[in-house]
Ligand binder design. Sequence first.
Ligand SMILES: Nc1ncnc2c1ncn2[C@@H]1O[C@H](COP(=O)(O)OP(=O)(O)OP(=O)(O)O)[C@@H](O)[C@H]1O
Length: 668
Amino acid sequence: MSRFAVEHVKRVRSVVQDRIATDQLETGNRITRSWIRCLHDYQLDPGTSAEPEVVAPVELQERQARLADVQAVAKVEMANLYQQLAGSGYAIMLTDREGVLLNYFGDPAFTHAASKTGLAQGAVWSERVQGTNGMGTCLVERRPITVHRDEHYLSRNIGLSCAAAPIFDHEGELVGVLDASGESRLAQQHTLALVCMSVQMIENRVFLHQFRHDYILRFHNRPEFVGTLHEGAIALSLEGKVLAASRGALFQLGFARPDEIVGRDIGELFNVTFPGLLDSSVRRAFHPVPIFEVRNSARFFAVVYQPVAGNGVRRPPRSLPCASLGSACALDTMHFGDPVMAAHVATARRIAERNVSTMLLGETGTGKEVFARAMHQSGPRAGWPFVAINCASIPESLIESELFGYRSGAFTGASKDGQRGKLLQANGGTLFLDEIGDMPFTLQARLLRVLEEREVVPLGGEAPVKLDIRLISATHCDLDKKIAAGEFREDLYYRLQGVTLRLPPLRERADRRALIAHLAAQECDEGSVVELDDALLSALDRLRWPGNVRQLRHLLRSMIALRESDCLGLHNLPPEYRFESGAALPAPALALVAASGSPLPVHGTPGKAPDLALSALESAEREVLLQALERHAWNMSGVARELNISRNTLYRKLGRLNIEHPDKKLFH
Ligand SMILES: Nc1ncnc2c1ncn2[C@@H]1O[C@H](COP(=O)(O)OP(=O)(O)OP(=O)(O)O)[C@@H](O)[C@H]1O
């Protein structure tokens, strides 16, 4: 035994005996308490040279099978965590509740040394067998813990540094431990925080998977956190009774144990009715809706996800709104009888279960992202993340790290904790690559390689991480032209477009009127009903809608917000829309006519000067854009943000509407 080991054994014995002599068995920190258990209760020799205990292969398989649900999810998270820590000599391990090591991801530099101490599959790391250690002591304490170097009880383990966090099931039962262990000199402060985040992710995903055949309410007090590891999740029966709640849900609602809310009606927790909540989730196309908690009136944002079809799916009662019947309904709301959209929905349903890459084409605002989300919702990946990345709005220099992530210290300015790229954030779920036509050419080759090999190597990292994603891409560009111009790789194009769906512009949709009524209903507050009279519907039906469904939604939103009564008519239509719809001449268009001295040509009239060949609506749009540009002192990012469009879309609009900076300087 080395001199350090001998001194360690002496120190452990003296600390424990001191405590026993002074009758302080229950006091002290967690490490001391653990040492006392080891010597006093388990009668372990801190200097033992006994071989590490390992279960037989058959027993290991049985234990792995018992925790199959957790293991399936944990493997992905372990790979992600390993990737974040790779190169720092760490191994990531999962144990069951008896401390038997079920899975091991090891840094090659560490694996050899680790196997000597028993850090290998099948080894038993309970406190009773291995003394004070991350996994075993975490199981006893039921809390996250780090056990660093000579805080270990056995002298043979003092070269290790372990960060471990417990994994609980939805009933609050401890099911296992996730642990990152490495050689102590490489110990990092933030390791325990990363392990805790991974555990939270595992618990959430296991919850979503286990209750995938039930309704699941996912919520947070910030809308952007719904769908992230910070969210709370509550599984609901068809009648709206709480079946189970995730740890995050209990925490946010201020409950200590699941049995405090299981069996309650959702209306006892939030000021909503279950059918109302289902309805508004579907109507809002699965964007979080505000709800209020009953006890403290705290505001949350929530989405109800529908049961995924499959064996054992219980049929919803007849009284629920049609839109909430079954998971396929997310796709149902994509059309109201338009034959092109109906065919697309049918295709999307046929490929819902298969991992076919899909390319969505269509003008801006036709609903490509909404459609992609509906596809995600209707497939088996619904409980997993939907991650959208807009290739046009991220500066070229950042796209690579956004997509692939990076290891700590990979480049100047990189966060010290590294970052998990969007590809890995989407692991298990769907990655939506919006505006793919604007992806820089050099990055296209790298993306293609990742898609072919189905694994990612983060910037500055060495170890590849397996990738399991469904890919949906979208663009308004003519990719054929881009390929011909050498701006888009043909091989990537074929890899992305397993199935191509072109979403029709709003002006070509045969179900325009029904869609208008549907969106108007979505824009109303719960409980209120707004009617659109025939004259208004006809006027809206005649418009050309360059901004498609997005523009329609915004117009309806402002008309509904400004209404004086619940029946909307032509008088509610803003003046700039009236001319084109045939209702009246719009004020901004009049101003333009007056300024130019010419009559205003209708849209597309040939032979006119380009700056005048604008429809009334385009003139109005031009006016609105000019005002926004003035407001933001011609700052493009500010204008794009205010109008909720990408910078690329904004530049396209400026070109189309002949808007130039007054000083003809470059836009910034
Ligand atoms: N089927 C739909 N149901 C409800 N709302 C829709 C639908 N389609 C589009 N919208 C509305 O239009 C807005 C724009 O949709 P989305 O972002 O999906 O369009 P897009 O084609 O991806 O646009 P862009 O090319 O500019 O990114 C959405 O925020 C939503 O409000």
